[in-house]
Design a protein around this ligand. Structure first.
Ligand SMILES: [Cu+2]
Length: 114
């Protein structure tokens, strides 16, 4: 009988331990739901307002940029590579990724939305 009590106590301890561990994968999944820094997925939607191929700059009207903690606005971005401007014209709907490099907002990837 005494042994049964010990086993019961162990079973309870084991169950609570298992319960504590079972919460971990949930936290882990939540962590991975956040895009990793430097993720090259096309995060944001916008519309081309102006293309300046000579200066390698692009004016975009964009929605909220969660990775840059920026609300929706129209602003000028530098492009990481002038080739990103190829085929882009005023009025194009785009999906793009922007980051901050040396104090400037830089578009690192962009494509037409449709
Ligand atoms: Cu902005």
């Amino acid at each position: 009988m005494k042994l049964n009590r010990v086993l019961l106590a162990l079973a309870i301890a084991g169950a609570s331990l298992a319960h504590a561990q079972s919460s971990e994968p949930v936290d882990h999944a939540a962590h991975h739901a956040q895009p990793a820094a430097g993720d090259q997925g096309l995060l944001s939607e916008g519309e081309v307002r102006k293309v300046n191929r000579e200066a390698g700059k692009l004016t975009l009207r964009h929605g909220p940029l969660s990775n840059l903690d920026m609300p929706a606005m129209t602003m000028v971005f530098t492009v990481a590579d002038p080739k990103l401007l190829d085929g882009l014209n005023e009025g194009d709907k785009v999906r793009f990724t922007a980051g901050k490099q040396e104090g400037k907002f830089v578009v690192t990837a962009i494509e037409k939305a449709n």
